[in-house]
Design a protein around this ligand. Structure first.
Ligand code: SAH
Length: 259
């Protein structure tokens, strides 16, 4: 292990987007940062194979949710950032997707700066953009979808996001992260708006081995999710663009596709 003192002068935090899951979907700059790191604090959604790029003596610390234990709190992660930058130098914070898309990246940057720790950001390919694309579903298309929203289902107090209620009223493609546990609320929202027929897809383990996609409508998708036992991580995409997926032309029965 490196001597803590050797690196005390080079303290730095690099927030790195690991991409949506497939380890090939990280940037070259992200790989370079992992190679330079003395310590890597990585989340559950960051592919652990990326740690193979690290120096053999780099510390690799998992800070995601562990079986039957709660995830590290944001405060605990801040404490780790403070400790490891002070004693080891360059700390990479490896996060799924992009660090600034529902990633708490700004909070960690803000904390580090408040402690006088220089911060670099390495953007990542967000699951919101990449997973529909890998399934060949465009987010925008002339004449079909003029824009897209990326929303979380739940806000801090546990209620359904008010933005999602606005998004559901629009004709935009709506991509919902962290939404699986809110599917009853989401589908009843759309149905109340008379959009029970709106096409919707759910992508489980996108870009990873065992990826699954189901497509249906707001009327059917909750049952399909239950029948297929879809688990997190899963992304929901709602809008007419879902009809462009290969599975849509087949009989509109509940169906599963395995990638
Ligand atoms: N910063 C991340 C998002 C973090 S929020 C990004 O830019 O991608 C976590 C949510 O992202 C999950 O609940 C899920 O909705 C979605 N997600 C991330 N990776 C995923 C994957 N491989 N498959 C399906 N959904 C994923």
């Amino acid at each position: 292990m490196r001597s803590p003192m050797n690196h005390a002068m080079e303290k730095k935090l690099i927030l790195v987007g690991a991409g949506p899951g497939d380890p090939e979907l990280i940037t070259l700059r992200g790989i370079r940062a992992i190679r330079e790191a003395h310590v890597i604090l990585y989340d559950a959604l960051a592919n652990a194979q990326l740690l193979d790029y690290a120096q053999p003596d780099a510390l690799k610390i998992f800070v995601g949710k562990r079986r039957k234990k709660a995830a590290y709190s944001q405060q605990e992660i801040h404490r780790l950032i403070l400790h490891y930058t002070a004693h080891f130098g360059t700390v990479v914070r490896l996060k799924g997707g992009d660090p600034f898309v529902f990633g708490r990246g700004y909070e960690e940057m803000d904390f580090a700066r408040s402690q006088g720790i220089p911060v670099e950001i390495v953007p990542g390919i967000s699951s919101a953009i990449a997973l529909p694309a890998l399934q060949k579903i465009p987010l925008t298309l002339r004449g079909m979808a003029e824009s897209f929203w990326v929303a979380t289902a739940t806000v801090a107090d546990g209620s359904l996001s008010a933005d999602l209620m606005l998004a559901a009223r629009s004709t935009a493609t709506v991509i919902i992260l962290m939404g699986l546990h809110k599917i009853p609320e989401i589908t009843s929202l759309y149905r109340l708006l008379g959009k029970g027929n709106l096409p919707v897809g759910v992508i489980e383990n996108g870009s990873l081995p065992g990826e699954r996609l189901i497509t249906g409508t707001m009327d059917t998708i909750a049952d399909q999710i239950a029948i297929s036992a879809i688990q997190p991580p899963a992304l929901i995409i709602a809008g007419p663009v879902v009809t462009l997926h290969a599975s849509w032309n087949e009989v509109r029965e509940p169906q599963i596709q395995t990638a």
